[in-house]
Design a protein around this ligand. Structure first.
Ligand SMILES: CCCCCCCCCCCCCCCC(=O)SCCNC(=O)CCNC(=O)[C@H](O)C(C)(C)COP(=O)(O)OP(=O)(O)OC[C@H]1O[C@@H](n2cnc3c(N)ncnc32)[C@H](O)[C@@H]1OP(=O)(O)O
Length: 182
């Protein structure tokens, strides 16, 4: 019988204070550091849902909406938005809080596709998802759409089938010069 789990059973929340050692030349928190934390929380969430070791297959969107300052308390909330056979889309929301004022800003949203694997490295089936709220249904449906759009884009721009002539008109309004030899 197929096994299903609740979204809340694998939700993960982490909070971390941003230190000067996490900053870039500009004095803001380094995006690469945030990406590393995102990968870890996606791993934890996916492993909790699947009960298996998980690898990152792709990072679909990482929008850096607002810079994060040194001294802010960053909180990341991760949940499973979608499950396939062995893949899971983990949605992560990042907020930063100014501890003195209590102001909270939404800094980042991202979607990680994680794949569950067994000890031999083969992808393994993950439990289904029980959707209890409109938001959970919205996120699952949005993930299906995003997957379909990605598949279409990959097919459309496949190296071997791509014909540039069909796309030259799209480039007309852009800052490019075409200087082909052939
Ligand atoms: C419990 C133990 C504790 C241990 C405690 C260790 C602590 C540790 C600290 C953790 C810290 C963080 C850790 C993060 C995890 C890494 O950072 S992992 C390192 C980075 N990632 C990798 O190296 C992955 C490399 N790639 C691969 O292994 C394979 O290409 C993949 C992604 C597994 C796919 O393999 P495949 O042979 O194509 O598998 P296949 O069965 O065809 O597809 C499997 C699924 O993947 C999906 N898929 C494949 N490619 C893609 C893609 N590009 N985009 C989206 N989906 C894809 C397929 O659609 C399919 O989905 P389902 O239909 O099954 O739902």
């Amino acid at each position: 019988m197929e096994h299903f789990k609740n979204v809340k059973d694998s939700q993960v929340v982490i909070s971390e204070l941003m230190l000067p050692s996490h900053s870039n030349f500009n004095g803001k928190i380094h995006g690469g550091y945030i990406l590393s934390l995102l990968d870890q929380i996606a791993f934890a969430c996916a492993s909790k849902h699947s009960g298996a070791y998980c690898v990152t297959a792709s990072v679909d969107t990482v929008d850096f909406l607002k810079p994060i300052e040194i001294g802010e308390l960053v909180t990341m909330k991760a949940s499973v938005n979608y499950v396939g056979r062995s893949s899971m889309v983990i949605g992560i929301r990042v907020e930063a809080e100014n501890i003195q004022t209590g102001d909270i800003k939404h800094c980042n949203s991202s979607y990680f596709t994680m794949v569950a694997k067994d000890n031999t490295g083969r992808s393994v089936e993950v439990p289904g998802l029980i959707l209890k709220t409109d938001n959970q249904i919205r996120r699952f449906a949005k993930s299906i759409k995003r997957k379909k759009m990605k598949k279409k884009r990959v097919q459309e721009f496949h190296e071997t089938d791509f014909s540039s002539e069909q796309y030259l008109h799209i480039l007309e309004d852009h800052k490019v010069k075409i200087e082909r030899n052939s």
